[in-house]
Design a protein around this ligand. Structure first.
Ligand code: ADP
Ligand code: ZN
Length: 821
């Protein structure tokens, strides 16, 4: 008789709980259970969750372990390296593994007993192929519309429904409810094919003969169709209508007639979600400078894992990346290519597809869960591929990463600020790459101070590209003093005479203009002219922004809205004035100055739908827009040759931002938006309007002098103990009770001081001290060296745990933000 072995498994649950829990492995799973698979376990009284097996061992925990209910996957959905990654992340970012799991796994892989299931209306398979249990579920869904997994367990009187749900999800009969809500409308395109009757050659000949007599245009179109069909090498292929119309001889009106005569048939077909295209095996010829940069990076990689490629906008950094990607793919490796969400445009995707065809995958938050799971599974296959994605792509289950590329590495959108883990995808990618013995290229025209410091410190390698590809020159930057212009009453609302004049010139030449202003809405606040009262959000400590289009005052922190008041809530006065201006107002005023121009706005408010952003980008590319006004979104990813002028409406708003990174940020944003101008032979122009033309950063932007900005900045950072010299951990305490909060914050800060002395700052109110009815207080920890950071974090974690069980302060929550941005 075989020996009976008692095995246990540590399971990561998709819950923000501090520990992993140990479960008993049922005998029948002893041989099949591996780390990285999903299993169903009971947690709490009744609830079932799918958790991930982290480790299998034979040491029984102190408590009576429950049995694992069932196994979902035959093969792991996360690999060993991801489990190590999750562990590191939870320690580095002071969060739980459950937090990491929630962020890492697409919802489609995160089933719990509360997960709701719905029918997939677009499934067109045959129900007869389903087994009994599957069929019962589908039948129940016909009637009930949604079922939770818990309800299915009841319905089928079985505990092991998860594997079946997984199958149904894979077949595509059902969807996870969350998915349905974000399900986008599939993309359709019109295709043309020959009507069935005309597949017969004789019949087709007859048709030709008929047309020849009278309908010459139609004959040509049909010939063009047949000609195209021949190239497909299969019988009666479907030809994309747009392709057909591009062919010589084909015309729209004659196509219509042929359809009417039922010789050709038009059909709407869904275009693949993953946008697959055949690669063209495009040649890659680097310029001399690009080749030098490539060689330099190679050289650096001999001794360093990470290399910065500092290249001005349009210098062709992407081409250099492509050469590295190709090299790795040929070695059979996988590639991670991270970039800010809004820079993820079809332009770039198509560019990469030209080289790597169907090996290019895209992963970002605008994709729905189905698509995310598809990409996830592709990566699991361990075949060479390149994933382009925004921050969450760093969680994909790579098995053999060859290189990670982080374009626009300085961009703050790589940092998750909203929920735990508050991770920086750039830093995580560097860790992950090290785990894989892979290299990392950080690319930017305006590197973060931290990254550039590391190149000086010889931790990172360094390569640069200092010329635009094709030798076009950098745009000419002009600074306009709007304080002076305002005093002389020369401004037309927010536009200086210089800006208006340049815009007029550009529009006359049919060139496009981009205007940047980092504030959305119409007016940031409304003020009473008598008593100075400003309407605030009822839940947050911020003034409400007026949105004219929706005629609402809106809170940009919590989304709360109210109708604009007709009189002051405080004193009853009716004389209310708008203060400041946002993109919406600029758009409106522009239309008055340039009544014939086509103006569009790109900000959070106009880009909510899945395709809204892409549509704006396309319209701009197709020159359906003359002037594009927008927030930060216009600073990235828009690479259009026809843009000759860029305007920054108020630089001060960036420079005066109350944050130690304000100078760095203003430099980056202004340089980046400037880089959108003049991408062809002719030099572009940039106008920067400011009340403070003497500000040092303005001069640095004007001369594209990153190094001077860096030198100034690094002195300040050293002196005031900021990164890269000190590491920051921000602890935010939250409570609805502000007296309790004050006490807790003081207590907590004092406790921390007993360990860290004067490296603790605060507690103090953040600039916005109440959000969604919760009061906030910040405590900042500054640690000077890397060596101390891990022990410091352990200490902090211990103190947070102590605060959680402190009898007076249990109700206060602590948010940890490591390396806040
Ligand atoms: P960056 O990423 O540095 O801003 P890009 O890689 O987008 O610059 O390059 C700018 C433009 O120059 C693109 O339109 C690109 O196609 C073109 N380009 C750059 N390098 C080459 C090259 N080696 N061969 C052909 N075109 C190139
Ligand atoms: Zn609010």
């Amino acid at each position: 008789m075989p020996e009976r072995i008692d095995l246990f498994a540590d399971i990561i649950l998709p819950l923000p709980i501090a520990n992993v829990y140990t479960y008993r492995v049922p005998q029948e799973l002893n041989d099949v259970l591996t780390a990285g698979v999903r299993v169903v376990v009971q947690f709490g009284k009744k609830k079932l969750y799918s958790g991930i097996v982290e480790k299998i061992h034979s040491s029984a925990p102190a408590y009576t372990a429950k049995y694992i209910e069932s196994l979902i996957d035959e093969r792991p959905v996360v690999q060993e390296k991801q489990l190590a990654f999750w562990k590191w992340m939870s320690e580095y970012y002071l969060c739980t593994k459950g937090d990491v799991m929630l962020a890492a796994l697409p919802a489609g892989l995160r089933l719990s007993s509360e997960t709701k299931i719905v029918l997939n209306e677009t499934w067109d398979g045959d129900r007869a192929t389903l087994n009994n249990d599957q069929f019962s579920v589908i039948e129940a869904l016909d009637v009930r519309k949604t079922l939770t997994i818990e309800e299915m367990v009841e319905l089928l009187q079985k505990k092991t429904v998860y594997p079946m749900i997984k199958e149904l999800l894979e077949i595509g009969v059902i969807l996870v409810y969350e998915e349905l809500q974000q399900r986008y409308h599939p993309k359709y395109e019109t295709y043309v094919r020959l009507a069935d009757a005309y597949e017969d050659e004789e019949k087709l000949k007859e048709a030709f003969a008929q047309l020849e007599k009278k309908y010459f245009k139609q004959l040509e179109t049909l010939m063009a169709f047949v000609h195209l069909s021949d190239r497909y090498g299969k019988k009666n292929p479907q030809i994309r209508k747009s392709d057909l119309l591009k062919t010589a001889g084909a015309s729209l009106s004659s196509l219509k007639s042929l359809v009417k005569k039922e010789i050709l048939i038009e059909e709407e077909l869904e275009v693949s979600r993953l946008l697959h295209k055949q690669g063209e095996g495009k040649d890659l010829v680097l310029s001399v400078h690009q080749q030098e940069a490539f060689d330099k990076i190679k050289e650096e990689f001999k001794t360093k894992e990470v290399c910065l490629l500092k290249g001005i906008t349009s210098s062709g950094k992407t081409e250099v990346y492509i050469k590295f990607i190709r090299e790795q793919m040929e070695l059979g490796k996988q590639v991670l290519y991270l970039l800010p969400e809004i820079a993820l445009t079809t332009q770039l995707i198509v560019r990469l597809q030209k080289h790597f065809g169907e090996k290019v995958f895209v992963y970002h938050s605008r994709y729905n869960e189905n698509e995310r799971v598809e990409v996830w599974n592709e990566v699991l296959k361990n075949e060479p591929l390149v994933v382009i994605g925004a921050r969450s792509a760093v969680f994909l289950p790579f098995a053999q990463l060859g290189i990670a590329i982080i374009d626009e590495e300085h961009d703050s959108s790589f940092k998750q600020n909203e929920r735990a883990p508050r991770y920086n995808a750039r830093d995580c990618a560097i860790w992950l790459a090290r785990e894989h013995n892979a290299h990392v290229i950080l690319g930017s025209a305006t590197p973060s101070i931290e990254t550039f410091y590391k190149t000086k410190d010889k931790k990172f390698g360094y390569a640069e590209l200092t010329e635009r590809y094709g030798g076009s020159s950098l745009p000419h930057i002009e600074i306009v003093d709007i304080k002076d212009a305002t005093r002389k009453k020369l401004m037309s609302s927010h536009f200086s005479p210089t800006l208006v004049e340049k815009m007029t010139g550009a529009l006359e030449k049919k060139e496009q203009v981009i205007l940047f202003h980092n504030r959305r809405g119409f007016a940031p606040s409304i003020e009473c002219q008598d008593c100075g009262h400003i309407p605030h959000c009822v839940r947050c400590d911020v003034s409400l922004t007026f949105h004219k289009h929706s005629n609402q005052l809106r809170c940009h922190y919590c989304g709360w809205t109210m109708n604009p008041p007709s009189h002051c809530e405080a004193c009853g006065n009716v004389d209310l004035r708008m203060k400041g201006f946002g993109t919406e107002k600029i758009e409106e005023e522009l239309q008055l100055i340039f009544p014939d121009a086509k103006i569009a706005r790109m900000d959070l408010d106009t880009t909510r739908g899945k395709f809204a952003l892409q549509k704006l980008v396309n319209d701009f590319e197709e020159k359906k827009i003359d002037i594009l006004v927008g927030t930060q979104m216009v600073t990235k990813g828009l690479d259009f040759e026809n843009v000759s002028l860029v305007g920054v409406l108020q630089a001060d708003q960036l420079m005066n931002y109350p944050d130690f990174r304000a100078v760095e940020r203003s430099y980056q944003l202004m340089s980046q938006v400037a880089g959108r101008a003049g991408r062809r032979e002719q030099q572009g122009e940039v106008i920067i309007q400011t009340f403070n033309p003497q500000h040092p950063v303005i001069d640095c932007v004007m001369h594209s002098d990153y190094f001077r900005m860096y030198e100034n900045e690094i002195v300040e950072r050293r002196e005031f103990h900021y990164p890269p010299f000190h590491r920051l951990i921000r602890l935010t305490l939250k409570s609805k009770d502000h007296i309790l909060l004050d006490e807790a914050a003081l207590h907590f800060a004092n406790t921390l001081r007993s360990h860290f002395a004067d490296r603790i700052l605060g507690p103090e109110f953040p600039p916005v001290s109440k959000v969604r009815d919760e009061f906030l207080k910040n405590i900042l920890v500054k640690i000077e060296s890397e060596a101390n950071i891990f022990s410091a974090k352990l200490m902090i974690a211990r103190e947070i745990a102590a605060l959680r069980v402190h009898p007076d302060f249990k109700k206060v929550t602590v948010v940890t933000d490591v390396d806040p941005m």
